[in-house]
Design a protein around this ligand. Structure first.
Ligand code: GDP
Ligand code: IMO
Ligand code: MG
Length: 425
């Protein structure tokens, strides 16, 4: 398949990093298309555990080109730290990492504004952001006041950054936030521009040429559909299009170039940060999922909220993304649960929703409608073939696929490459 788009179908952390790494065995290029270093994509290989924030998760396969597309927002200092951290562990990205000259840069005022707005937000309206400056950077992009990677290399970059810093220092003052040290920031960014120069290119012709040359591409989504700025639980979302549409606007590849869409979906649900979560479990089952699934944010270390699988979310996500196959992860985390619940609708004010409602108020107050299935009380962690799974586990997976209307492509029963049952992918 020349171009596969892979994305998160829920609220992020579905296991995209692991699945990208598995699928990269057969691809030439892996391309991040949106988000920034709010993402934390974990790849476990043998005893090593890597968490990637900006570098595409194809980096562990030698010879694979890794591309950071125009839709990504890049903190140059964080990217250099990530490149150096990988080099220290023997992973050299030189010559196989490209960074779009159109990608917008994250500056310290974006992070300060992100943190300041969160701090000042009234109870109930905090988003619980990663404080990486993502919202304010995309805000500048849309307001046409951002600076891009090509600007970092421009001779007048110093003056343009100075103007932006002065303006943002005024905004920070009105929020009661500390002033930023203009000179040291300019020096730091000029320095990082020098280090990043070798990676910055126009990635759009590179990607389109790769397609005409018959290369195989994998587009790596960050976050998830329910955090998408348009389709997610607005305003408790991130500031980019994490859904399939972002794959085109964030790379410069036309819609027709994308031959299939893989949705990564957990066999239950998690969410980190604030916002509605109809199937959230605050009881001992929720705590069990958190412990068994090691559900702590890969970027911020915050505990993730856990809950039952939500088929309303799955069906909606399948629809807006045109998902061809699920890569379903973390089935093993459910091994010891006696009875599993699956949400098939929401009840609110006498109305039953089986389509995902826009209104956050409805989502916050609704009562999930559940169906139940028996658990399997057997470890699936060492299973290597789908047929070896306990019958109840097979039935559970089949029901999730049936309810969401998408066939299973991959089933994951552990964090490692070896814990992957490949069916159709
Ligand atoms: P991403 O942001 O979608 O890449 O996901 P994260 O890396 O933030 O979180 C997924 C976590 O689950 C990571 O710690 C993975 O190593 C782990 N993981 C992935 N697939 C599986 C699986 O099938 N079973 C278990 N137990 N862990 C998994
Ligand atoms: P990956 O790619 C899970 C959440 C934050 C917060 C909201 C907005 O690892 O799946 P932001 O910093 O983006 O402005 O925060 O989005 N969030 C994520 N949750 N996984 C992620 O990325 C996330 N990136 C952002 O917790 O609720
Ligand atoms: Mg993550």
């Amino acid at each position: 398949m020349p171009c596969t788009l892979l994305l998160g179908a829920q609220w992020g952390d579905e296991g995209k990093g692991k699945i990208i790494d598995v699928l990269t065995e057969n691809v030439d290029m892996v391309v991040r298309y949106q988000g920034g270093n709010n993402a934390g994509h974990t790849v476990e290989i043998a005893d090593e555990r890597y968490v990637l924030h900006l570098v595409p998760s194809g980096v562990f396969r030698p010879g694979v080109m890794c591309i950071i597309g125009n839709g990504v927002v890049v903190d140059p200092i964080a990217l250099m730290a990530e490149i150096n951290g990988l080099a220290e562990r023997g992973i050299d990205v030189k010559g196989r990492l490209l960074l779009s000259d159109r990608a917008h840069a994250v500056f310290p005022y974006h992070r300060a504004l992100d943190a300041g707005r969160e701090k000042n937000a009234e109870a109930g309206s905090k988003i619980g952001t990663t404080r990486r400056g993502i919202g304010p950077t995309y805000g500048d992009k849309i307001a046409r006041t951002g600076l891009r990677m090509c600007d970092l290399l421009d001779p007048d970059f110093r003056d343009r950054l100075l103007a932006r810093l002065e303006e943002n220092n005024q905004i920070l003052a009105t929020l009661g936030e500390e002033q930023l040290d203009v000179d040291s920031i300019i020096a730091q960014y000029l320095d990082s521009a020098k280090s990043l120069k070798e990676y910055i290119v126009d990635t759009i012709p590179v990607l389109n040429k790769a397609m005409t040359d018959g290369k195989s591409l994998l587009l790596e989504g960050a976050q998830g559909t329910m955090l998408d700025i348009d389709f997610g639980t607005y305003p408790f979302v991130t500031s980019s299009n994490a859904s399939a549409g972002g794959g085109c606007t964030g790379t410069g590849l036309p819609p027709k170039a994308i031959s299939r869409v893989v949705g990564v979906i957990k066999a239950y649900t998690t969410r980190v940060g604030e916002g509605p979560f109809p199937t959230e479990l605050t009881d001992e089952i929720g705590a069990h999922l958190g412990k068994e699934g090691r559900e702590f944010g890969a970027t911020t270390g915050r505990p993730r909220r856990c809950g039952w699988f939500d088929a309303v979310v799955g069906k909606y996500s399948a629809m807006v993304n045109g998902v061809d196959f699920w890569a379903m992860t973390k089935l093993d985390v459910l091994d010891a649960i006696k009875t599993l619940k699956i949400c098939v609708g929401y009840k609110h004010n006498g109305h039953t929703y089986d389509a995902f409602p826009a209104d956050v108020g409805v989502l916050q107050q609704c009562e999930p409608v559940y169906e139940e299935m028996p658990g399997w009380d057997t470890s699936t962690k060492t299973v290597t073939q789908f047929d070896e799974l306990p019958p109840n586990a097979k039935a559970y997976v089949a029901r999730l696929c049936e309810l969401t209307g998408v066939p299973l492509g991959i089933l994951s029963v552990g964090p490692g490459r070896e814990n992957t049952l490949r069916l159709k992918l």
